[in-house]
Design a protein around this ligand. Sequence first.
Ligand code: ADP
Length: 171
Amino acid sequence: MRLELVTGDITTERVDAIVNAANSSLLGGGGVDGAIHRKGGPAILAACRDLRAGAYGGGLPTGQAVATTAGNLPARWVVHTVGPVWHESEDRSSVLQDCYRNSLRVAAELGAASVAFPLISAGVYRWPRADAVSHAVTTIRAEAAHPVTLVRLVLFDEATRNVAEQVLGQG
Ligand code: ADP
């Protein structure tokens, strides 16, 4: 599996599946979630509502992942996952890692060969960026023998990209 760092907007990624840092309601939010729904159009929200009416009546639990259409986006699927909110006195790292692992598993089950991730939990959920990058990279790299052969970690801005380069340089 190849892991690439890119800077930019995940909604423009031409990969089989892009991952959404959703919230457990699955009904949209701010940050990357808002951008995906805005650019992907109403088909994504309709699919999310169907999930809420079916197997995910209580919402999507933190750390889990589920796929929908990608609507008008260049990707084929959106894999929605719910990152943990950063907490100073409670280590929620294993749940953050679950997000990456479960999203890759769901993508592979769909037959996706390429997947793009945002930096899950690093926005509204306040996870420190360097630590978020470190968990993302370590967890993705541990899946080396995965049927998904290309993973892009999409950093939204240059500052986050610089943090990621530093973390990778240390590792
Ligand atoms: P969370 O609630 O999991 O923290 P956010 O969407 O608030 O999710 O932020 C996760 C990361 O995604 C942050 O680093 C944020 O800067 C970034 N981000 C926001 N919009 C986009 C986008 N369109 N493409 C890629 N990354 C984005």
